[in-house]
Design a protein around this ligand. Structure first.
Ligand code: D41
Length: 678
C-alpha cells in the first residue's frame, strides 16, 4: 500500500470542501463564484488524486455524483415517520372552511399565521443524514414504505452529500420535492428526440422516469433538482418554534428552499397569495400545480394533529389543471401566413388551463406520426399559460374501432394550389405563393416592412382589412389604391389616407436588392438578396437563371436556388411582377461587380464605433459588395474589425485577440482601392 502523505490527504479534503462550496453556490444559490473552466480544473485535480490514492475515496466526495453504471434494484424501506399526504381545497370556499376548522380546533378567533409555499410538481422524497452525512434517500411510496433511491439522489447537484455548518443534529430527516426545471426538461426531450428515443410528456414524468433509472449514471445526466419543504430531528428540543424558521435551518444546511415562500395572516391573505402565485406561475422556471398552506407555529401543528394520513394543519389549493383528456373529433388543415399547411385538431370542448379549448395544433405531419393521432382518439391536451393548446399524448387503449388516419391533402384548402413538401423539411406548404389569399397578407406585410420597401402606415391591421375587403389581392394592387377608397375605411382619416398614398408612392423606385428582398422569396433574406443583386445586376437575369447558375453566387446553396427558381416559375408571381411594372414600379438595376472583384469573399468583418463620412449601413453595403460578411460580434474567426470613433468593447476584444483593426481612413483606402466610391 502506498503511504499517503499528510499533504495529499489535506489537499484532497481542501478540494472536496472547495468544490462543495462551488456546487452550493451554483446549484442552490444560483450564484456561481468561479468560471466553469476553473471548476473543471479543480474537479479533475480531485479525480486524479482519488484515482492515485484509492484509500482516500469517500462516499461524500463530490466526484461521486457522476453515479455508477452498475444496475441497482430499489430496496423497500420503511419510513421512520410516515410521509403524510396533503388534503386539497378545490375552491376559495373550501380554503376558508379549512381555516375555520383550524381556528375552531385551536379555539381562537385571531387570524392564524400560515406559510404559503408553491406546490412543486415533482416527487416527494425523504433524506436521512447521520452526523451530517447523507445515508439514505427514499421515495414516498404509499407514505409508509418507499424505495431506496440513495444512489440516484446522490447524483442531484442541489442535494448536499454533507450538511453544511456546525451544530448538526445526530439524525436529521429532510423532506422535499425532486423536480425537473422547465428548461432542463426541454433540453432533455430535444436530446432524447435526437437519439430517436421517446420524449417525456411533462417535467413531472421526466423527473419520475429519471429517478427510476437502474443506473445512476443515467440519472446523473438528467437535470434534476431538489427543493426542501420540511424536516424532522430525533431530538425535538433542537427544533425552532416555527415551520418558517425550521426551513431557514434547512437552508443553512445547504438545501435549496423555495424563494417564493411567504407568510400570510388568515384565510384572505392566503387567497391573495394564491392569486399572486398564479399570476407568476408561467414565469417560474419550474412547474407548480398549486400552493400549500401550512400553519406556521409548530406547537399549533402539534395541537392540530392528523386525520387518517393527512395533517390537519396543512392544505393544498390547486391551480386549474394544465392537462386534461378529451376526444379528437376531426382534423382540419390551416394555411398559415407563410403557406405552411398545419394540421389542427378539432376537439370535444374541454376546460383546461383555465379556459375552454376546442382546437389544438398538431404542428406538422411528423408530429401527427410521432403521436400516432387518429380521428376519434382520446388525447391529453395541455394548455400552459398563454401558450397555444397542444396534443401531448394519445391514450391507445381508448381508440375506437374505425378511428380514421390523418392524411395531408394534396391541394391547398384555400386556393387549391399543389401542396409541396421539400425533402428533409417537416412542414408542407401551399405552392400558391402570392396567389393564395392566406399568404397574401403576409406577403404584403413583408413587402411593406422597414427593411423591404418601407411603406410607413401600412400596418398589420390595415392589411388585414384591405385583403378581407377585397381591395388588395397582390402587392401590385397597393399602387392602385385611391384616397377615396382609403378614407372610406373605419378609423382612417383623410390625413392618414394622404400619408399612406404618399408612402406607397415613394416606394416606386427601390434599389434592386430591396425589391428582391421585398418579394418574400423563401430563405432570401437581406444578405442573399444583396448577393444576388450584385452578381446578376438585373431581375431579368435572376429570374432566368437556372439552379446551377444561381448557385454560383456566394451564400446560395441548392435549397435557396430551388426557392428562387420555383418562385419565378409560378405564373402567379410572374403576373404580379408584370402588374408591378404596369403600376409604375421601377427598380434600379444594380452595378454588376466583376466576379473576381470579391477580394473579401469568405471573410467576416465587424463594424464598431461611429464613422464620420458614411453610415454604418453604407459601410456594411460596401464591404458586402467586396464579398465580406458583416457580423455584429467579434470572435477569433473575425477577419478584420473596422473601428470608428468611440469604439468600445468590440475593439478591446479585437485587440485582445490580436485581430487586424482598420480605422475609417483605412477603410476608405481599401474601398477606393477596389473602385468603390464612398
Ligand atoms: O411542493 C410540494 N410538492 C410540497 C409537498 C410542499 N411544498 N409541501 C408539502 N408538505 C407536506 C406536508 C405538509 C405533509 C409536510 C408537500 C407534501 N407534504 C407532500 N408531497 C407529496 C405528498 C405530500
Amino acid at each position: 500500500m502506498t503511504q499517503v502523505s499528510a499533504e495529499i490527504r489535506q489537499r484532497v479534503e481542501e478540494l472536496r470542501a472547495v468544490i462543495d462550496d462551488h456546487n452550493h453556490s451554483y446549484y442552490v444559490l444560483d450564484d456561481p463564484k468561479i468560471p466553469d473552466a476553473e471548476f473543471d480544473r479543480l474537479f479533475r485535480e480531485l479525480q486524479t488524486l482519488e484515482a492515485q490514492h484509492p484509500e482516500l475515496e469517500s462516499d461524500d466526495s463530490p466526484t461521486r455524483r457522476v453515479g455508477s453504471a452498475a444496475e441497482t434494484s430499489f430496496q423497500e424501506v420503511v419510513h421512520r415517520l410516515p410521509m403524510l399526504s396533503l388534503d386539497n381545497a378545490f375552491s376559495e370556499e373550501e380554503l376558508r372552511e379549512f381555516d375555520r376548522r383550524v381556528r375552531d380546533r385551536l379555539a381562537t378567533e385571531d387570524p392564524v399565521e400560515y406559510v404559503c409555499e408553491p406546490k412543486l410538481d415533482g416527487l416527494a422524497v425523504s433524506l436521512h443524514y447521520e452526523n451530517g452525512a447523507l445515508t439514505r434517500a427514499a421515495t414516498r411510496g404509499d407514505g409508509y414504505t418507499g424505495e431506496d433511491i440513495t444512489a440516484n439522489i446522490r447524483t442531484i447537484p442541489s442535494v448536499p452529500l454533507k450538511l453544511r455548518g456546525n451544530n448538526i443534529p445526530e439524525l436529521v430527516e429532510v423532506r422535499g420535492e425532486v423536480y425537473m426545471p422547465k428548461a432542463g426538461f426541454e433540453k432533455l426531450n430535444a436530446r432524447l428526440a435526437e437519439q430517436g428515443e421517446k420524449p417525456f410528456v411533462n417535467p413531472r414524468n421526466a423527473a419520475a422516469g429519471s429517478l427510476r433509472q437502474k443506473k445512476s449514471t443515467v440519472t446523473a445526466q438528467r437535470p434534476l433538482e431538489l427543493c426542501a419543504y420540511s424536516m424532522a430531528v430525533t431530538d425535538e428540543t433542537l427544533l425552532p418554534a416555527t415551520h418558517w424558521d425550521s426551513l431557514q435551518r434547512v437552508r443553512e444546511w445547504g438545501f435549496r428552499i423555495n424563494p417564493e415562500m411567504r407568510k400570510a395572516q388568515g384565510a384572505e391573505a392566503c387567497l391573495d397569495a394564491y392569486s399572486a402565485l398564479m399570476q407568476k406561475r408561467e414565469s417560474l422556471p419550474y412547474e407548480i400545480d398549486g400552493i400549500v398552506f401550512k400553519v406556521n407555529r409548530l406547537d399549533l401543528q402539534q395541537q392540530l394533529g392528523f386525520v387518517s394520513r393527512a395533517p390537519r394543519w396543512a392544505i393544498a389549493h390547486k391551480f386549474p389543471a394544465q392537462e386534461e383528456l378529451t376526444v379528437i373529433e376531426g382534423v382540419e388543415f390551416q394555411v398559415g401566413r407563410t403557406g405552411a399547411v398545419t394540421p389542427v385538431a378539432r376537439l370535444k370542448p374541454v376546460f383546461v388551463g383555465g379556459v375552454t379549448v376546442s382546437n389544438a395544433t398538431l404542428h406538422n405531419m411528423d408530429e401527427v406520426r410521432r403521436l400516432d393521432v387518429h380521428i376519434g382518439d382520446t388525447v391529453f391536451i395541455r394548455r400552459a399559460g398563454d401558450v397555444i393548446p397542444q396534443v401531448v399524448k394519445v391514450v391507445p387503449d381508448k381508440r375506437p374501432e374505425g378511428a380514421c388516419e390523418v392524411l395531408m391533402p394534396s391541394h391547398c384548402p384555400v386556393c387549391d394550389s399543389d401542396i409541396v413538401q421539400i425533402d428533409g423539411e417537416a412542414v408542407a406548404r401551399c405552392s400558391g405563393g402570392l396567389f393564395c389569399p392566406a399568404q397574401r397578407k403576409e406577403a404584403i406585410r413583408h413587402y411593406a416592412s422597414r427593411k423591404a420597401l418601407d411603406i410607413e402606415g401600412l400596418g398589420d391591421r390595415l392589411i388585414e382589412v384591405l385583403v378581407d375587403e377585397g381591395m388588395v389581392q397582390t402587392v401590385a394592387d397597393l399602387y392602385r389604391l385611391t384616397r377615396f377608397q382609403l378614407s372610406s375605411l373605419d378609423r382612417m382619416g383623410d390625413k392618414s389616407a394622404n400619408n399612406l398614398i404618399a408612402a406607397i408612392d415613394r416606394s416606386r423606385h427601390p434599389v434592386l436588392w430591396r425589391f428582391l428582398y421585398a418579394l418574400g422569396i423563401r430563405e432570401v433574406g437581406e444578405a442573399t438578396a444583396k448577393s444576388l443583386a450584385s452578381y446578376f445586376g438585373s431581375l431579368e437575369l435572376i429570374s432566368q437563371a437556372d439552379e446551377d447558375a444561381l448557385q454560383q453566387v456566394a451564400d446560395v446553396g441548392p435549397i435557396v436556388a430551388g426557392h428562387v427558381r420555383s418562385f419565378f416559375d409560378q405564373p402567379h408571381n410572374q403576373e404580379t411582377l408584370q402588374a408591378l411594372k404596369d403600376a409604375g414600379v421601377v427598380w434600379q438595376e444594380a452595378q454588376v461587380l466583376e466576379r473576381v472583384a470579391q477580394p473579401l469573399a469568405g471573410e467576416t468583418w465587424v463594424l464598431t464605433g461611429t464613422l464620420s463620412q458614411m453610415t454604418r449601413d453604407q459601410a456594411k453595403e460596401k464591404l458586402e459588395m467586396l464579398g465580406a460578411k458583416v457580423s455584429g460580434s467579434v470572435s477569433k474567426k473575425t477577419a478584420c474589425v473596422v473601428a470608428g470613433e468611440a469604439a468600445g468593447s468590440k475593439l478591446a476584444k479585437a485587440e485582445q485577440l490580436g485581430l487586424p483593426v482598420l480605422d475609417e481612413v483605412g477603410l476608405r483606402a481599401l474601398l477606393e482601392e477596389h473602385g468603390l466610391t464612398v
